[in-house]
Design a protein around this ligand. Structure first.
Ligand code: LMR
Length: 398
């Protein structure tokens, strides 16, 4: 019977991970999957996470089930981190999910159950799994232009002109910060305009927030999200703690709904729980409990942790900003042009380099440099000693 299965198309990021693993060259460089690495090429467990694990291991009394919405202390703390006090607490409904992907999936289940012909509008380009999950769930979607391949910046006027075709009730998928794969981000003015647009056209924003703290700062990165959440009656936010807490394999995420009409709170909450029940039942607790502890538990020992975590995250971000500066300087020298100056202006883990598929393939085969086929690089995959090798390789293939 299994011979009737259809071969599934492989996600290009996952495919690249396998290619990289199989490459035996010592000098190979992995700029593929979005995993933070320090200057030694390691992804260490954050100090705040290690400390929180010790607290959790010493205090947790049971491994019994928590609840279908998961750890509510985690939900409160993560809502506070993302929305601070801009939205009254009683307008936020949250459910834990396995990672940001899980949160995105659960929010789409909720959206799909509202109306059959709801369309989701996604940026071109976007994280490949967005379209894959939408296809898998049978949800119709359209693309809107986002990235200008000549300037490697956001083309906001083309984006807005594409969005003129959006229908009332449709869903607009946005990246909360640190756009994946481009690294080109909306300005606060853009967020303001989009908020007015959503209000006027009755559009539901669905925000994927996976890199808070990786762009301009822990608070600065969510200014646009906060503006939208405090000015629209309904907003969906899918949160990942994989990157900013380094908890990748623990699968920590949250589906947050901002709903200003209190009469429908119970309905939204019960739906989120019920979708969790039929998808995976209870969300995984360990990583979420660590985040809960870091972001501020009830005792003073826990309160220290938030500062330790902020310091670590700030230094990760500053390291990436330094790499951006060094790389764009080095590319200016090696290509004798300002073509790649956008790297310094981009934010987050990624930059789309604007290289052709052939150029990306040459970098991989001839130089052992692995980037996603659309020429997305993970800036944190580079270390300072590799920068000149990387830029001279780019100069050779362009
Ligand atoms: C990425 O974009 O590389 C990360 O978000 C990892 C993933 O799951 O694709």
């Amino acid at each position: 019977m299994f011979e009737n299965l259809k071969l599934q198309s492989e996600d290009k990021i996952m495919a690249l991970m396998s290619l990289y693993k199989a490459d035996k060259r010592k000098e190979k460089i992995d700029l593929g999957v979005g995993v933070y690495k320090n200057n030694k090429g390691q992804t260490p467990i954050m100090d705040a996470v290690q400390k929180a694990s010790r607290i959790l291991n010493n205090t947790q009394k049971t491994k019994s089930y928590v609840g279908l919405s998961g750890n509510l202390g985690f939900i409160d703390n993560i809502s506070q981190l993302v929305l601070a006090d801009v939205v009254p607490k009683n307008q936020i409904i949250g459910a834990q999910a396995p990672g940001g992907t899980g949160a995105f999936h659960q929010l789409l289940l909720l959206i799909r159950s509202m109306e059959k012909d709801k369309r989701v509008w996604i940026s071109s380009p976007s994280w490949p799994n967005h379209a894959a999950i939408l296809n898998h769930l049978g949800i119709q979607f359209n693309n809107y232009n986002y990235f200008d391949y000549d300037t490697c910046e956001v083309n906001f006027s083309r984006m807005m002109s594409d969005l003129q075709k959006i229908s009332p009730g449709d869903v607009l998928l946005l990246h909360g910060c640190c756009h994946n794969p481009t690294g080109a981000n909306l300005s606060l003015e853009n967020w303001t305009e989009l908020t007015q647009f959503c209000e006027k056209k009755n559009i539901l924003p669905l925000i994927d927030l996976a890199y808070q703290g990786f762009g301009d700062g822990i608070n600065d990165d969510v200014k646009g999200v906060q503006y939208m959440a405090s000015n629209l009656p309904e907003v969906c936010i899918g949160i990942s703690c994989s990157k900013n807490f380094g908890l990748y394999r623990e699968r920590v995420g949250a589906a947050l709904m901002v709903v200003s009409d209190k009469k429908i709170h119970k309905l939204v909450e019960e739906n989120l729980k019920s979708f969790n029940r039929v998808t995976f039942s209870f969300p995984p607790d360990y990583g979420a409990s660590l985040v809960e502890i870091i972001l501020g538990g009830n005792n003073s020992q826990d309160k220290e942790l938030i500062h330790i975590w902020e310091k670590e995250l700030n230094s990760m971000r500053n390291g990436m900003l330094e790499l951006r500066k060094l790389l764009s300087d080095s590319l200016r020298r090696s290509t004798n042009s300002t073509r790649f100056d956008f790297i310094e202006r981009h934010r987050g883990m990624f930059s789309l380099m604007g290289l052709s598929v052939d150029q990306v393939a040459r970098l991989r085969t001839e130089f052992g440099i692995y980037m996603v086929g659309d020429s997305r690089i993970n800036i944190a995959g580079l270390n300072k000693d590799q920068i000149d090798y990387f830029s001279s390789s780019i100069a050779t293939v362009i």
